[in-house]
Design a protein. Sequence first.
Length: 192
Amino acid sequence: MPDGDWRVAAVVASVGNIRNVSTGNEDSSNPHGQLFLFSSDKSEVDKFLAITLPLGPLRNRSWIGNLPGLCQADWSPKSKIWQEAVSLDHAALDCSAVYVGRVFSWNDDLTNAAKFGLKDLGVNYGRAANYLASGTYLSRGAGTYFLTYGEYVDSERYEGVTPFKGKNEKVIEMFNYKSDKLRRGFHQDVGG
């Protein structure tokens, strides 16, 4: 874990559908749990960790029909700072990316649950806040392991990633150092 006083804002569970690439049939995937942790030394979110891990044994041997957005070569050109696809093999997919995003503008189960959790804890979050985020996606069989680490930068409006990088070069350099260490640890712990 990166340095910080980490607290839990949300815990959710879900069962998605995955498509068997050989038959085209859809089946229920392995159940997954999601955890949203945050760290702050004031009344706003400074850092966050969003973790998705499987809950139990594999249900079947099928695999996803499409790569996740994070692993697509043309994913998020306006926010992407760095991207790597280690393996595009459907049995063992590893990819990572560093990007700038407005985390609390996202609309998914975990982020929405985190908004309620933060509100209950009396912690502020800004929909216009820019976070540097590092996403790492691993898969083994029907299990998906996904880690996103983020740090608050500012609430300015940027036209794209180029002006953001120009203003925050040193911040990005430090973030890349910390997130690379976290990614490597995650690959070792989960990826084997």
